[in-house]
Write a new protein. Structure first.
Length: 67
């Protein structure tokens, strides 16, 4: 399970960095990488966003083990 939690933390960090870029510069890295425009999505970007969401859930399970 530790490997999955590590992957989750990494994906959550990627999501956090992407949201930071959106907030600071109106630049969506995932959209750019997948060939979408800002605010638009395609199948690949939606899959990436879903993986990031799952990563966030996995990262939360790691928090429970820290205490």
């Amino acid at each position: 399970m530790e490997t999955l939690q590590l992957i989750g933390v990494i994906l959550a960090a990627v999501g956090a960095i992407n949201w930071g870029l959106v907030a600071l510069f109106k630049f969506d890295l995932v959209a750019t990488i997948t060939g979408s425009s800002f605010g638009e999505s395609n199948l690949i970007s939606r899959i990436i966003y879903l993986l990031v969401a799952i990563g966030g859930i996995l990262a939360l399970t790691a928090l429970g083990e820290l205490g």
